[in-house]
Every structure is written in C-alpha cells, then in structure tokens.
Design a protein around this ligand. Sequence first.
Ligand SMILES: Nc1ncnc2c1ncn2[C@@H]1O[C@H](COP(=O)(O)OP(=O)(O)OP(=O)(O)O)[C@@H](O)[C@H]1O
Length: 235
Amino acid sequence: MSSFLEVSHVRANIEQYHILHDISFHVPKGEVTVLLGRNGAGKTTTLRSIMGLTPVIAGEITFKGEKIRNQKPHLIANRGIGYVPEDQGIFHDLTVGENMRVAMKKENEETKERMDWILDLFPDLKKFWNKPGGQLSGGQKQMLAISRAYVNDNELLLIDEPSKGLAPIVVEKVMDSIHQMKERTTILLVEQNFMMASGIGDRFYIIDDGQTVQQGQMNELKQDGVLLQKYLGIS
Ligand SMILES: Nc1ncnc2c1ncn2[C@@H]1O[C@H](COP(=O)(O)OP(=O)(O)OP(=O)(O)O)[C@@H](O)[C@H]1O
C-alpha cells in the first residue's frame, strides 16, 4: 500500500478556538477514503488544513512523500490536489462553459480528453453549457464543481459533502459519478450521508471532536452497529 497523502497528528486553530486536536490518517492511491463524523466534528477543517486554507499549528501533512503543511493554497493545488468545497466555489455569474474554462490550468489534448469524459458523465452540463452557474439546480452545481476539479490533471480530489441538500435521486447520480471517477483518480471524501459514503468508500476514518477516533475498511463499518450508533447516530 503506497502512502499517497499522509496526515499525521495535525492540530489546527480557528482564531482562538482549538478545532483540530489530533488528526491522523492516510489516503492510499487509487482508493476512496471517507471522513465521517457528526456535525461540527472537524471534517471540513481537516480538508481546509490539507489545502493550506486553515493554518496547522502542529503535526505534518505529506503528499507523495513531500511536506505540504502550511504551504500556500495555490502551490498545494499545483501539486495536483483538487478541492471541491462544501459551498462548491463556482462562479454564479459565469456560464457553465466559462466556469469550466476558468478552472482549466492547461489547454491541451489531455485536458480535452478529461473534459469530454466528464461531460459524458454529466450530460446536463453540456445541455446547460451557456446557462449561468447561479441558475443551475443544486445537483447540477455540484456536478459543475466536481467537473472543475476533475478537468485538471489532479491526482487527488478532496470533495466536501457532495450530497448536501440534494434529493435522494440526485445523490444517487452524484454517487454513481464519483464511483466512475474512482477508476481515474484518488478521492478523499467528507460525507454525512452514510448510504452514499458506504456505497463508494474503500476505507473510512471517523472524526469526533477534532480527533480521528476510529478507522477501518468500509465494508466492516457497515456491519458495526455499535460504532455507527456511537459516532454517527445511525441505528
Ligand atoms: N470560522 C470559524 N470560527 C469559529 N469556529 C469555527 C469556524 N469554522 C468552523 N468552526 C468550528 O469548528 C468546528 C469544526 O467545524 P467543521 O466545519 O470542520 O466541522 P464538520 O465536521 O465539517 O461539520 P459539518 O458536517 O457540520 O460541516 C465546529 O465546532 C465549528 O463550529
């Protein structure tokens, strides 16, 4: 198992508040790793720390063996880590096509191939190519946000709660698309929707009160009623 992204004993504050106390996990290449945990546990802050958006005060983060802790976000992104934030980060006044174009770091054959692949996966984006991003449905916005991160040659995608606020049928579509992307890129997913997470995740970590408290294979967690109840409130 290669160590692709390694997060080790990370601590982080937001202003005067201690938010992350001790976060440790690794993301193996080619897998979908899921961060689970109740509201406010520290999942989003963990992703932001990896991206250099929330300063880390202790611990280390390495990507492909190189230290990336507290580097500037654009330098971390340039290493090949794409981030789909919870609020999706799309431009509401730009069309779908413009949103895609602005996101592209390179315009070459490889990017074109990736663009064609993702548009086949999300035909709605093709259909609404000239529509402003702000006029898309919640699911379409999520698809656009994921596509913007995917279109670059990113080796790792961090995706924050892609199911948030979406109808179950749309969640299924997004889940299915992430499942297909898994063949082509490594994914670190934050997800509250356990059904979604368990359908696509290989490995899980549970974050509780700013600490990683449990880890394992997703198919084991599905059978573990005690753990599901204790940390995720699922009975
Ligand atoms: N800007 C901020 N100022 C102060 N506290 C914050 C700020 N942003 C987040 N927090 C706090 O940090 C903690 C972790 O928040 P975070 O968003 O990382 O949790 P989460 O696990 O992603 O939760 P959710 O599933 O609800 O999105 C929460 O207690 C939250 O209130």
